[in-house]
Design a binder for this molecule. Structure first.
Ligand SMILES: Cc1cc2nc3c(=O)[nH]c(=O)nc-3n(C[C@H](O)[C@H](O)[C@H](O)COP(=O)(O)OP(=O)(O)OC[C@H]3O[C@@H](n4cnc5c(N)ncnc54)[C@H](O)[C@@H]3O)c2cc1C
Length: 384
Protein backbone atom coordinates (compact mmCIF):
# COMPACT_ATOMS: atom_id res chain seq x y z
CA UNK A 1 0.00 0.00 0.00
CA UNK A 2 1.71 3.17 -1.20
CA UNK A 3 -1.04 5.69 -0.31
CA UNK A 4 -1.07 8.03 2.64
CA UNK A 5 -4.19 7.44 4.76
CA UNK A 6 -5.86 9.78 7.23
CA UNK A 7 -6.10 8.78 10.89
CA UNK A 8 -9.78 7.89 10.42
CA UNK A 9 -8.91 5.69 7.45
CA UNK A 10 -6.15 3.96 9.41
CA UNK A 11 -8.59 3.34 12.26
CA UNK A 12 -11.12 1.88 9.80
CA UNK A 13 -8.41 -0.39 8.38
CA UNK A 14 -7.54 -1.69 11.87
CA UNK A 15 -11.21 -2.26 12.62
CA UNK A 16 -11.68 -4.23 9.36
CA UNK A 17 -8.49 -6.23 9.88
CA UNK A 18 -9.35 -7.21 13.45
CA UNK A 19 -12.93 -8.10 12.60
CA UNK A 20 -11.91 -10.22 9.59
CA UNK A 21 -9.29 -12.02 11.66
CA UNK A 22 -11.88 -12.82 14.35
CA UNK A 23 -14.82 -13.67 12.09
CA UNK A 24 -13.62 -15.28 8.85
CA UNK A 25 -13.70 -19.08 9.27
CA UNK A 26 -10.36 -20.82 8.59
CA UNK A 27 -11.98 -23.17 6.05
CA UNK A 28 -12.95 -20.21 3.84
CA UNK A 29 -9.47 -18.67 3.67
CA UNK A 30 -7.18 -18.78 0.63
CA UNK A 31 -9.58 -20.53 -1.72
CA UNK A 32 -8.83 -20.07 -5.41
CA UNK A 33 -12.44 -20.77 -6.40
CA UNK A 34 -15.74 -19.25 -5.34
CA UNK A 35 -17.24 -21.50 -2.65
CA UNK A 36 -20.70 -22.92 -3.38
CA UNK A 37 -23.73 -21.22 -1.74
CA UNK A 38 -23.94 -23.60 1.23
CA UNK A 39 -20.39 -22.56 2.22
CA UNK A 40 -20.36 -18.96 0.95
CA UNK A 41 -23.62 -17.55 2.24
CA UNK A 42 -22.82 -17.82 5.95
CA UNK A 43 -19.89 -15.44 5.44
CA UNK A 44 -21.98 -13.24 3.09
CA UNK A 45 -24.57 -12.86 5.86
CA UNK A 46 -21.93 -12.09 8.51
CA UNK A 47 -20.64 -9.27 6.30
CA UNK A 48 -24.20 -8.13 5.72
CA UNK A 49 -24.99 -8.03 9.45
CA UNK A 50 -21.78 -6.03 9.99
CA UNK A 51 -23.00 -3.55 7.33
CA UNK A 52 -20.08 -4.23 4.97
CA UNK A 53 -21.67 -6.32 2.21
CA UNK A 54 -22.52 -3.32 0.02
CA UNK A 55 -19.92 -0.62 0.66
CA UNK A 56 -20.72 1.08 -2.66
CA UNK A 57 -24.52 1.21 -2.23
CA UNK A 58 -26.00 4.45 -0.88
CA UNK A 59 -27.26 4.38 2.70
CA UNK A 60 -30.84 5.09 1.49
CA UNK A 61 -30.87 1.59 -0.04
CA UNK A 62 -29.27 -0.11 2.96
CA UNK A 63 -25.67 0.19 1.73
CA UNK A 64 -22.66 1.57 3.57
CA UNK A 65 -22.22 4.72 1.46
CA UNK A 66 -18.47 4.13 1.88
CA UNK A 67 -15.90 6.56 0.51
CA UNK A 68 -13.69 5.28 -2.36
CA UNK A 69 -10.77 4.81 0.08
CA UNK A 70 -12.93 2.85 2.54
CA UNK A 71 -14.07 0.60 -0.33
CA UNK A 72 -10.45 -0.07 -1.27
CA UNK A 73 -9.50 -0.71 2.37
CA UNK A 74 -12.19 -3.41 2.54
CA UNK A 75 -10.80 -5.01 -0.64
CA UNK A 76 -7.19 -4.82 0.58
CA UNK A 77 -7.98 -6.39 3.94
CA UNK A 78 -10.13 -9.09 2.32
CA UNK A 79 -7.22 -9.98 0.02
CA UNK A 80 -4.71 -9.89 2.88
CA UNK A 81 -6.59 -12.46 4.93
CA UNK A 82 -7.57 -14.56 1.89
CA UNK A 83 -11.34 -13.93 2.06
CA UNK A 84 -13.38 -15.84 -0.53
CA UNK A 85 -15.02 -14.46 -3.66
CA UNK A 86 -18.80 -14.12 -3.15
CA UNK A 87 -21.79 -13.95 -5.52
CA UNK A 88 -21.67 -10.37 -6.79
CA UNK A 89 -24.21 -10.04 -9.61
CA UNK A 90 -26.88 -8.85 -7.17
CA UNK A 91 -24.58 -6.42 -5.38
CA UNK A 92 -22.67 -5.05 -8.34
CA UNK A 93 -25.07 -5.25 -11.24
CA UNK A 94 -28.81 -5.67 -10.80
CA UNK A 95 -28.86 -3.95 -7.37
CA UNK A 96 -27.45 -0.63 -8.63
CA UNK A 97 -29.62 -0.87 -11.77
CA UNK A 98 -32.82 -1.32 -9.74
CA UNK A 99 -31.76 1.63 -7.59
CA UNK A 100 -31.65 3.77 -10.76
CA UNK A 101 -34.37 2.33 -12.98
CA UNK A 102 -36.55 -0.01 -10.87
CA UNK A 103 -40.07 0.76 -9.67
CA UNK A 104 -40.52 1.29 -5.91
CA UNK A 105 -42.16 -2.18 -5.79
CA UNK A 106 -39.18 -3.80 -7.56
CA UNK A 107 -36.77 -2.01 -5.22
CA UNK A 108 -38.69 -3.04 -2.10
CA UNK A 109 -38.95 -6.65 -3.22
CA UNK A 110 -35.42 -7.25 -4.48
CA UNK A 111 -32.90 -4.93 -2.79
CA UNK A 112 -33.26 -6.19 0.81
CA UNK A 113 -33.13 -9.80 -0.43
CA UNK A 114 -29.79 -9.07 -2.17
CA UNK A 115 -28.36 -7.39 0.94
CA UNK A 116 -29.47 -10.22 3.23
CA UNK A 117 -28.11 -12.96 0.98
CA UNK A 118 -31.61 -14.45 0.57
CA UNK A 119 -31.55 -14.37 -3.24
CA UNK A 120 -28.73 -15.07 -5.70
CA UNK A 121 -28.91 -13.36 -9.09
CA UNK A 122 -27.39 -14.19 -12.45
CA UNK A 123 -27.07 -12.36 -15.76
CA UNK A 124 -28.85 -13.56 -18.93
CA UNK A 125 -27.29 -11.44 -21.63
CA UNK A 126 -25.09 -13.73 -23.81
CA UNK A 127 -26.48 -16.24 -26.28
CA UNK A 128 -24.68 -18.67 -28.59
CA UNK A 129 -24.95 -16.13 -31.46
CA UNK A 130 -24.87 -12.97 -29.35
CA UNK A 131 -21.80 -12.23 -27.24
CA UNK A 132 -19.85 -9.18 -28.29
CA UNK A 133 -22.66 -8.33 -30.69
CA UNK A 134 -25.28 -8.44 -27.96
CA UNK A 135 -27.99 -6.71 -30.00
CA UNK A 136 -28.27 -9.79 -32.21
CA UNK A 137 -29.88 -11.76 -29.37
CA UNK A 138 -32.73 -14.06 -30.38
CA UNK A 139 -34.48 -15.04 -27.14
CA UNK A 140 -38.08 -13.95 -27.75
CA UNK A 141 -40.67 -12.46 -25.41
CA UNK A 142 -44.25 -12.58 -26.66
CA UNK A 143 -46.49 -10.05 -24.91
CA UNK A 144 -49.81 -11.59 -23.81
CA UNK A 145 -51.97 -9.31 -21.65
CA UNK A 146 -50.15 -8.94 -18.32
CA UNK A 147 -47.46 -11.49 -19.12
CA UNK A 148 -44.41 -11.90 -21.33
CA UNK A 149 -43.89 -15.43 -22.62
CA UNK A 150 -40.17 -16.14 -23.03
CA UNK A 151 -38.55 -18.75 -25.29
CA UNK A 152 -34.83 -18.96 -26.05
CA UNK A 153 -31.34 -19.95 -24.90
CA UNK A 154 -28.76 -18.07 -22.80
CA UNK A 155 -25.16 -19.20 -22.30
CA UNK A 156 -22.10 -18.49 -20.10
CA UNK A 157 -24.48 -17.62 -17.25
CA UNK A 158 -22.21 -17.23 -14.22
CA UNK A 159 -23.60 -19.09 -11.22
CA UNK A 160 -26.85 -19.63 -13.18
CA UNK A 161 -27.24 -23.12 -11.69
CA UNK A 162 -26.99 -21.70 -8.14
CA UNK A 163 -29.11 -18.61 -8.78
CA UNK A 164 -32.72 -17.91 -7.77
CA UNK A 165 -33.39 -15.09 -10.23
CA UNK A 166 -32.00 -14.03 -13.60
CA UNK A 167 -32.14 -10.61 -15.25
CA UNK A 168 -32.41 -11.27 -18.95
CA UNK A 169 -32.69 -9.50 -22.27
CA UNK A 170 -35.48 -10.64 -24.55
CA UNK A 171 -36.58 -9.45 -27.98
CA UNK A 172 -40.16 -8.26 -27.62
CA UNK A 173 -40.48 -6.50 -30.97
CA UNK A 174 -39.13 -7.96 -34.22
CA UNK A 175 -40.27 -5.03 -36.37
CA UNK A 176 -38.13 -2.33 -34.71
CA UNK A 177 -34.40 -1.77 -35.39
CA UNK A 178 -32.23 -4.30 -33.45
CA UNK A 179 -31.55 -2.20 -30.35
CA UNK A 180 -35.06 -0.82 -30.06
CA UNK A 181 -37.04 -4.05 -29.68
CA UNK A 182 -35.28 -5.41 -26.56
CA UNK A 183 -36.82 -5.61 -23.07
CA UNK A 184 -35.01 -6.01 -19.74
CA UNK A 185 -36.81 -8.64 -17.63
CA UNK A 186 -36.50 -10.04 -14.11
CA UNK A 187 -37.26 -13.78 -14.16
CA UNK A 188 -37.81 -16.11 -11.22
CA UNK A 189 -35.73 -19.20 -12.06
CA UNK A 190 -38.25 -21.50 -10.40
CA UNK A 191 -40.81 -20.61 -13.13
CA UNK A 192 -42.03 -23.61 -15.17
CA UNK A 193 -40.25 -24.06 -18.52
CA UNK A 194 -36.66 -23.30 -17.40
CA UNK A 195 -33.83 -25.84 -17.78
CA UNK A 196 -30.22 -25.25 -16.67
CA UNK A 197 -27.14 -27.15 -17.82
CA UNK A 198 -23.78 -26.49 -16.08
CA UNK A 199 -20.58 -25.88 -18.11
CA UNK A 200 -17.11 -26.77 -16.77
CA UNK A 201 -14.38 -24.15 -17.04
CA UNK A 202 -10.69 -24.37 -17.96
CA UNK A 203 -9.94 -24.38 -14.21
CA UNK A 204 -12.19 -27.47 -13.89
CA UNK A 205 -14.97 -25.70 -12.04
CA UNK A 206 -18.74 -25.45 -12.46
CA UNK A 207 -18.70 -21.66 -12.58
CA UNK A 208 -21.39 -21.13 -15.19
CA UNK A 209 -24.18 -22.75 -17.19
CA UNK A 210 -26.62 -22.61 -20.10
CA UNK A 211 -30.21 -21.58 -19.42
CA UNK A 212 -33.07 -22.68 -21.70
CA UNK A 213 -36.49 -20.97 -21.66
CA UNK A 214 -39.50 -22.77 -23.09
CA UNK A 215 -42.69 -20.66 -23.03
CA UNK A 216 -41.81 -19.23 -19.59
CA UNK A 217 -44.55 -16.89 -18.33
CA UNK A 218 -43.20 -13.73 -16.65
CA UNK A 219 -45.46 -11.04 -15.11
CA UNK A 220 -45.24 -7.74 -16.97
CA UNK A 221 -44.57 -6.07 -13.60
CA UNK A 222 -41.07 -7.62 -13.88
CA UNK A 223 -40.07 -5.40 -16.81
CA UNK A 224 -37.41 -2.86 -15.80
CA UNK A 225 -37.76 0.40 -17.73
CA UNK A 226 -40.05 0.59 -20.76
CA UNK A 227 -41.20 -2.39 -22.82
CA UNK A 228 -38.95 -2.55 -25.94
CA UNK A 229 -36.77 0.13 -24.31
CA UNK A 230 -34.25 -2.06 -22.48
CA UNK A 231 -31.14 -1.05 -24.43
CA UNK A 232 -30.39 2.05 -22.34
CA UNK A 233 -30.53 -0.19 -19.24
CA UNK A 234 -28.22 -2.71 -20.93
CA UNK A 235 -25.55 -0.08 -21.49
CA UNK A 236 -25.95 1.47 -18.02
CA UNK A 237 -25.54 -1.99 -16.49
CA UNK A 238 -22.47 -2.77 -18.59
CA UNK A 239 -20.83 0.52 -17.52
CA UNK A 240 -21.62 -0.28 -13.88
CA UNK A 241 -20.30 -3.83 -14.31
CA UNK A 242 -17.05 -2.59 -15.87
CA UNK A 243 -16.35 -0.18 -13.02
CA UNK A 244 -16.77 -3.07 -10.58
CA UNK A 245 -14.65 -5.35 -12.80
CA UNK A 246 -12.10 -2.53 -12.72
CA UNK A 247 -11.80 -2.84 -8.94
CA UNK A 248 -8.40 -4.11 -7.81
CA UNK A 249 -9.87 -7.02 -5.81
CA UNK A 250 -8.62 -9.82 -8.09
CA UNK A 251 -5.25 -8.13 -8.56
CA UNK A 252 -4.86 -7.74 -4.78
CA UNK A 253 -5.53 -11.45 -4.29
CA UNK A 254 -2.99 -12.24 -6.98
CA UNK A 255 -0.45 -9.94 -5.34
CA UNK A 256 -0.98 -11.66 -2.01
CA UNK A 257 0.02 -14.94 -3.72
CA UNK A 258 3.20 -13.31 -5.01
CA UNK A 259 4.02 -11.92 -1.56
CA UNK A 260 3.51 -15.30 0.08
CA UNK A 261 5.59 -16.99 -2.54
CA UNK A 262 8.37 -14.45 -1.97
CA UNK A 263 8.24 -15.08 1.79
CA UNK A 264 8.28 -18.84 1.24
CA UNK A 265 11.24 -18.65 -1.15
CA UNK A 266 13.29 -16.48 1.25
CA UNK A 267 16.88 -15.99 0.02
CA UNK A 268 16.15 -18.27 -2.94
CA UNK A 269 14.08 -15.41 -4.38
CA UNK A 270 17.27 -13.75 -5.64
CA UNK A 271 17.66 -10.32 -7.20
CA UNK A 272 15.58 -11.09 -10.29
CA UNK A 273 12.79 -12.40 -8.05
CA UNK A 274 12.87 -9.24 -5.90
CA UNK A 275 12.51 -7.13 -9.03
CA UNK A 276 9.52 -9.19 -10.17
CA UNK A 277 7.83 -8.81 -6.77
CA UNK A 278 8.48 -5.06 -6.86
CA UNK A 279 6.96 -4.90 -10.34
CA UNK A 280 3.82 -6.71 -9.11
CA UNK A 281 3.55 -4.29 -6.15
CA UNK A 282 3.88 -1.26 -8.42
CA UNK A 283 1.38 -2.53 -10.97
CA UNK A 284 -1.28 -3.18 -8.33
CA UNK A 285 -0.62 0.18 -6.65
CA UNK A 286 -1.08 1.91 -10.01
CA UNK A 287 -4.32 0.04 -10.65
CA UNK A 288 -5.65 0.91 -7.19
CA UNK A 289 -4.81 4.59 -7.80
CA UNK A 290 -6.65 4.50 -11.15
CA UNK A 291 -9.69 2.84 -9.53
CA UNK A 292 -9.74 5.44 -6.76
CA UNK A 293 -9.52 8.22 -9.32
CA UNK A 294 -12.48 6.87 -11.31
CA UNK A 295 -14.62 6.27 -8.19
CA UNK A 296 -13.84 9.73 -6.87
CA UNK A 297 -14.76 11.21 -10.27
CA UNK A 298 -18.03 9.26 -10.43
CA UNK A 299 -18.91 10.35 -6.86
CA UNK A 300 -18.57 13.99 -7.95
CA UNK A 301 -20.68 13.47 -11.07
CA UNK A 302 -17.87 13.01 -13.63
CA UNK A 303 -18.24 10.14 -16.09
CA UNK A 304 -15.25 7.79 -15.87
CA UNK A 305 -13.85 5.54 -18.58
CA UNK A 306 -15.02 2.10 -17.42
CA UNK A 307 -13.55 0.39 -20.50
CA UNK A 308 -10.01 1.62 -19.80
CA UNK A 309 -10.32 0.61 -16.15
CA UNK A 310 -11.61 -2.87 -17.05
CA UNK A 311 -8.63 -3.44 -19.37
CA UNK A 312 -6.14 -2.13 -16.79
CA UNK A 313 -7.60 -4.21 -13.98
CA UNK A 314 -7.90 -7.51 -15.82
CA UNK A 315 -4.53 -7.27 -17.55
CA UNK A 316 -2.82 -6.25 -14.29
CA UNK A 317 -4.21 -9.36 -12.59
CA UNK A 318 -3.02 -11.53 -15.46
CA UNK A 319 0.47 -9.96 -15.38
CA UNK A 320 0.76 -10.40 -11.60
CA UNK A 321 -0.23 -14.05 -11.94
CA UNK A 322 2.28 -14.43 -14.78
CA UNK A 323 4.89 -13.20 -12.27
CA UNK A 324 3.67 -15.77 -9.73
CA UNK A 325 4.05 -18.45 -12.42
CA UNK A 326 7.61 -17.34 -13.16
CA UNK A 327 8.55 -17.32 -9.49
CA UNK A 328 7.10 -20.80 -9.10
CA UNK A 329 9.32 -22.17 -11.89
CA UNK A 330 8.62 -25.79 -12.72
CA UNK A 331 6.26 -26.07 -9.70
CA UNK A 332 3.83 -23.91 -11.71
CA UNK A 333 2.73 -27.01 -13.54
CA UNK A 334 1.38 -28.56 -10.33
CA UNK A 335 -2.40 -28.74 -10.14
CA UNK A 336 -2.83 -29.15 -6.39
CA UNK A 337 -1.66 -26.74 -3.67
CA UNK A 338 1.89 -27.43 -2.40
CA UNK A 339 3.67 -26.85 0.91
CA UNK A 340 6.55 -24.46 0.30
CA UNK A 341 8.66 -23.55 3.33
CA UNK A 342 5.62 -23.79 5.62
CA UNK A 343 3.20 -21.93 3.33
CA UNK A 344 0.48 -23.60 1.27
CA UNK A 345 0.65 -22.23 -2.25
CA UNK A 346 -1.57 -22.96 -5.20
CA UNK A 347 0.57 -22.49 -8.27
CA UNK A 348 -1.78 -23.04 -11.14
CA UNK A 349 -5.44 -22.57 -10.35
CA UNK A 350 -5.57 -18.79 -9.93
CA UNK A 351 -3.55 -18.49 -13.14
CA UNK A 352 -6.12 -20.62 -15.01
CA UNK A 353 -8.97 -18.66 -13.43
CA UNK A 354 -7.45 -15.39 -14.58
CA UNK A 355 -7.70 -16.20 -18.30
CA UNK A 356 -11.42 -15.46 -18.27
CA UNK A 357 -11.09 -11.94 -16.85
CA UNK A 358 -10.30 -10.42 -20.24
CA UNK A 359 -13.38 -12.11 -21.80
CA UNK A 360 -16.32 -11.51 -19.48
CA UNK A 361 -18.07 -8.17 -19.08
CA UNK A 362 -17.23 -7.58 -22.76
CA UNK A 363 -13.86 -8.73 -24.11
CA UNK A 364 -10.85 -6.46 -23.88
CA UNK A 365 -10.79 -6.16 -27.69
CA UNK A 366 -14.34 -4.80 -27.51
CA UNK A 367 -13.29 -2.41 -24.71
CA UNK A 368 -10.48 -1.11 -26.92
CA UNK A 369 -13.07 -0.53 -29.66
CA UNK A 370 -15.24 1.41 -27.18
CA UNK A 371 -12.31 3.57 -26.15
CA UNK A 372 -11.62 4.32 -29.84
CA UNK A 373 -15.28 5.35 -30.26
CA UNK A 374 -16.26 6.98 -27.01
CA UNK A 375 -13.02 8.43 -25.65
CA UNK A 376 -10.75 9.04 -28.64
CA UNK A 377 -13.62 9.64 -31.10
CA UNK A 378 -11.71 7.86 -33.85
CA UNK A 379 -13.47 7.19 -37.16
CA UNK A 380 -15.58 4.03 -37.09
CA UNK A 381 -14.09 0.93 -38.68
CA UNK A 382 -16.03 -1.83 -40.40
CA UNK A 383 -18.79 -3.27 -38.16
CA UNK A 384 -20.22 -6.77 -38.33
C1 LIG B 1 -16.06 -16.71 -17.13
C2 LIG B 1 -17.14 -16.05 -17.95
C3 LIG B 1 -18.30 -15.67 -17.33
C4 LIG B 1 -19.33 -15.10 -18.09
N1 LIG B 1 -20.49 -14.78 -17.43
C5 LIG B 1 -21.54 -14.31 -18.16
C6 LIG B 1 -22.79 -14.08 -17.52
O1 LIG B 1 -22.95 -14.27 -16.31
N2 LIG B 1 -23.82 -13.67 -18.27
C7 LIG B 1 -23.69 -13.44 -19.60
O2 LIG B 1 -24.66 -13.02 -20.20
N3 LIG B 1 -22.51 -13.65 -20.24
C8 LIG B 1 -21.44 -14.09 -19.55
N4 LIG B 1 -20.24 -14.34 -20.17
C9 LIG B 1 -20.14 -14.18 -21.62
C10 LIG B 1 -19.30 -13.00 -22.05
O3 LIG B 1 -19.94 -11.79 -21.81
C11 LIG B 1 -18.99 -13.23 -23.54
O4 LIG B 1 -18.15 -14.38 -23.62
C12 LIG B 1 -18.30 -12.06 -24.18
O5 LIG B 1 -19.19 -10.96 -24.27
C13 LIG B 1 -17.76 -12.40 -25.58
O6 LIG B 1 -18.77 -12.95 -26.37
P1 LIG B 1 -18.54 -14.33 -27.15
O7 LIG B 1 -18.01 -15.32 -26.17
O8 LIG B 1 -19.80 -14.63 -27.88
O9 LIG B 1 -17.35 -14.06 -28.18
P2 LIG B 1 -17.45 -13.40 -29.63
O10 LIG B 1 -18.31 -12.18 -29.57
O11 LIG B 1 -17.82 -14.46 -30.60
O12 LIG B 1 -15.96 -12.97 -29.85
C14 LIG B 1 -14.92 -13.89 -30.19
C15 LIG B 1 -13.61 -13.11 -30.31
O13 LIG B 1 -13.73 -12.11 -31.34
C16 LIG B 1 -13.42 -10.83 -30.80
N5 LIG B 1 -14.29 -9.81 -31.41
C17 LIG B 1 -15.63 -9.93 -31.65
N6 LIG B 1 -16.10 -8.78 -32.18
C18 LIG B 1 -15.04 -7.92 -32.27
C19 LIG B 1 -14.89 -6.56 -32.74
N7 LIG B 1 -15.93 -5.85 -33.20
N8 LIG B 1 -13.66 -6.00 -32.65
C20 LIG B 1 -12.58 -6.71 -32.18
N9 LIG B 1 -12.67 -7.99 -31.74
C21 LIG B 1 -13.88 -8.58 -31.78
C22 LIG B 1 -13.71 -10.93 -29.31
O14 LIG B 1 -12.96 -10.00 -28.58
C23 LIG B 1 -13.24 -12.36 -29.02
O15 LIG B 1 -11.85 -12.40 -28.84
C24 LIG B 1 -19.18 -14.88 -19.47
C25 LIG B 1 -17.98 -15.26 -20.09
C26 LIG B 1 -16.98 -15.84 -19.35
C27 LIG B 1 -15.71 -16.25 -20.05
Amino acid sequence: MLRIESEAEQAFRREVRDWYAAELPEELRDLTFRPEPARALGWYRRLSQRGWIAPHWPKTFGGMGASPVEQVILMEEAARIGAPELPTQGLNQIGPILQRFGTPEQQARHLPAILNGDVIWCQGYSEPGAGSDLASLRTRGRVEDDEIVVTGHKIWTTWGHHADWIYALVRTNETLPRRQGITFLLIDLTSPGITRRPIRTLADENEFCEVFFDEVRVPRANVVGPLDGGWSIVTALLDEERIQLGAPSHALRALERVRRMARALGPALGEAGHLMVAEAEMEVAALTAAFLQILTGVASGKAGDPSGLKILSTETTQRVLDIAQELAGSAASLKLPEQVAGAVIDFSELFLQSRRLSIYGGTNEIQRGLIADRVLKLPKGKRP
